[in-house]
Design a protein around this ligand. Sequence first.
Ligand code: DAH
Length: 335
Amino acid sequence: MDSKEVAGWVKDAQAAFLSAGDLDELKSARLAHMGDKAPISLASRSLGSLSPDEKASFGKVIGDAKAQIASALDSATKKLENIRDQKVLLEEVVDITLPASRMHRGGLHPISIIKNEISDFFIEQGFSVAEGPEMESGWLNFDALNIPADHPARTMQDTFFIEPLESGMVLRTQTSPVQIRTMLTQEPPIYIISPGRTFRADELDATHSPVFHQVEGLVVDRGITMAHLKGTLDNFAQHMFGADVTTRLRPSFFPFTEPSAEIDIFFNGRWIEWGGCGMVNPKVLQTCGIDTDIFTGFAFGMGLERTLMVRHGITDMHDIVEGDLRFTRQFGMGL
Ligand code: DAH
């Protein structure tokens, strides 16, 4: 071992570090030229067996060589780290001029929008919004509303019955059972509306859907007359269809109201049937334990799909049911 040999190790190491193409290659070069088995390391370990003089002179040679190798490694490391960082920066560069991929914001269905609009209108007048279950007892959906067992609405044709049939449960065919639920649990004065989903065994066509929505209104208080009903419906119609809409009540029949009427609106140059209404049948009030000597009431009910179709000139129920965004978007996002 002489100083020439040591200088050769230094050169070898410097050349190996210089030719390393990346940090992995540099690591192998480092192990080969500075690791435990590298010649410089072996020489360094053998210093102990030399005489004190040799130790002093060779120790310095080896120390200097190690410092040179370490400094070569240091500059090679810096160079290769720099190259790696540049590469990462290039690879991860974000082109802020590229068009963004758009996230579509969710929106409410027009039926929900009109339901909220109606709820807000009545809440402003002191009404509460009452809800009832979509699966309802036949007693609440029919009997308590004075719809007798032989009424055509109860036949298999119109009503979805829940199995087993002895359960007496149905999918509610109207929101009117919420009237009964409210009168059974609250004392008058009662001012509620009840929007919600209703079900009838109809085929889906341009004007029918087996699943549709109604809004029910019920007022029970002292001295309620048909004038209150007419006034309430007039305001409601104007709110929904514009200030110049005209309404008329046409005599009709519903088992749960007496007298009963259809409410028609004169809209876009013609009379259109909008919903049903009347004074709550005293029989119904009595079924709910309300004293008919003190209290009278009115009720009304109309379809939300129908209201929407009339107001916006929608001619096909499919558009409302199918949820096509091209249709829905026309009503705004309504969030
Ligand atoms: N429930 C009736 C229907 O589905 C609509 C209705 C008519 C509701 C008159 C009422 C009412 O509250 O008074 O055809």
